[in-house]
Design a protein around this ligand. Structure first.
Ligand code: ATP
Ligand code: MG
Length: 362
């Protein structure tokens, strides 16, 4: 029996990455394009489960295939050191290491990662990375740094971004690909020391089209040796609303109804959809809603019957609250990744199935 090709676990690489071709092409074009190409500094912005981590990994792998060395980190304490370690490790085959030198020890390729003295290490991070980048640059390669889960509260991220700007202005062979939740990216844009990151290219990871959602479901099924009835495929794709996390979830649940049969039926899809709905409630929606204050939940509930978006003025009137208090609730809910701005004074749901969840809760 073939194994289930879907992977609803967060951060896992999908069997088929759908609908992100243009973003991948832009970034790779930037790497090929030369120093100063604006595509080399890119930020991916999207809510939970929109596919940020999967896309970072996909692009980094593609960059490696073009001869770039990539250092992949998450914005957490220790990330600066991790960049150096990863660059040395990934570039091992390119960088001439003195005989017997350990990568994380002293003196790999004249670069010191001194574990004992963090102060000394942080002072020389920029020059250490510059040396690695230059060595790679001479070989026609370069260093791609990827940072997932950006957070301007992480001092090391601020430091990295500030130093990266120097590398670019010095004409070095570097690229930076970052990803984060909308609220976190916004905080980074307004951070005093690095507000220039606003000039990086920004890609919003919007939901995939229905055609791409169908591909993301059909290709892994067929590659694994089964097939799916057109009606089943349409129903599963429609249920996913193009959200990558839901595509993987509904694919996974639909597949496992009768894994021994060759064709996935409309009944399998209906049962898979029901199971996905339950997982979504238990894994995401219940906790999201429980974490909200009473007032914020009221605000959200007042949005549930507006067709596409809600205007803040309407919501304030409906709830009989002042515009400024409506504005504060709006900011808190955007930061929580539950809703997003949609034009001036308007908001809409970002979390898939949240609207339906609130409608059911009545
Ligand atoms: N373009 C895509 N096509 C199909 N599946 C995808 C795509 N992008 C991501 N996925 C799948 O969707 C799920 C969520 O992706 P991922 O973990 O990358 O999201 P994320 O935005 O990083 O979420 P979080 O903010 O929680 O870290 C994973 O199971 C992943 O394999
Ligand atoms: Mg992620």
């Amino acid at each position: 029996m073939p194994t289930n090709p879907f992977s609803p676990a967060f951060g896992s690489e999908p069997a088929y990455l759908a609908g992100r071709e243009a973003i991948v092409a832009d970034f790779l074009e930037g790497l090929a394009g030369g120093v100063g190409d604006p595509n080399r500094s890119t930020i991916l912005i999207g809510p939970r489960g929109s596919g940020k981590t999967a896309l970072i990994n996909h692009i980094a792998t593609a960059a490696s295939a073009q001869g770039w060395v990539s250092a992949r980190v998450t914005a957490l304490p220790g990330m600066l050191e991790a960049v150096i370690e990863q660059a040395l490790e990934a570039g091992e085959h390119l960088l001439p290491a003195p005989a017997g030198a350990k990568l994380t020890g002293l003196g790999a390729f004249g670069v010191t990662v001194n574990m004992d003295r963090p102060e000394a290490r942080s002072a020389s991070w920029r020059s250490q990375v510059a040396r690695i980048v230059d060595a790679l640059g001479e070989l026609g390669s370069g260093l791609l740094i990827t940072v997932d889960e950006v957070d301007a509260k992480q001092a090391e991220l601020v430091r990295l971004v500030a130093d990266y700007q120097h590398f670019v202005s010095e004409g070095r062979a570097v690229a930076l690909l970052m990803a984060g939740l909308p609220g976190k990216v916004l905080q980074m844009f307004t951070h005093r020391s690095i507000s220039f990151v606003r000039r990086a290219f920004q890609h919003r990871l919007d939901p995939l089209s229905q055609a791409d959602a169908r591909l993301a479901l059909r290709v892994p099924i067929e590659s694994a040796g089964r097939s799916i009835e057109p009606k089943a495929l349409d129903a599963a794709a429609a249920f996913s609303r193009g959200f990558p996390f839901l595509i993987q979830m509904v694919g996974y649940q639909t597949w496992r109804q009768h894994p021994g049969r060759e064709v996935i039926s409309a009944q399998d899809a209906a049962d898979g959809i029901r199971a996905s709905q339950e997982s979504m409630d238990a894994m995401i929606l219940d906790t999201t809603v429980q974490e909200l204050s009473k007032g914020d939940l009221e605000f959200l509930t007042a949005m549930k019957d507006d067709p596409d978006f809600s205007t803040i003025a309407d919501l304030a009137a409906r709830l009989r609250i002042s515009p400024s208090s409506a504005g504060q609730r709006r900011i808190r809910l955007i930061k929580a990744g539950v809703i997003e701005e949609y034009g001036r004074g308007q908001v809409r749901f970002t979390l898939p199935l949240l609207r339906e969840y609130l409608q059911r809760a009545e």
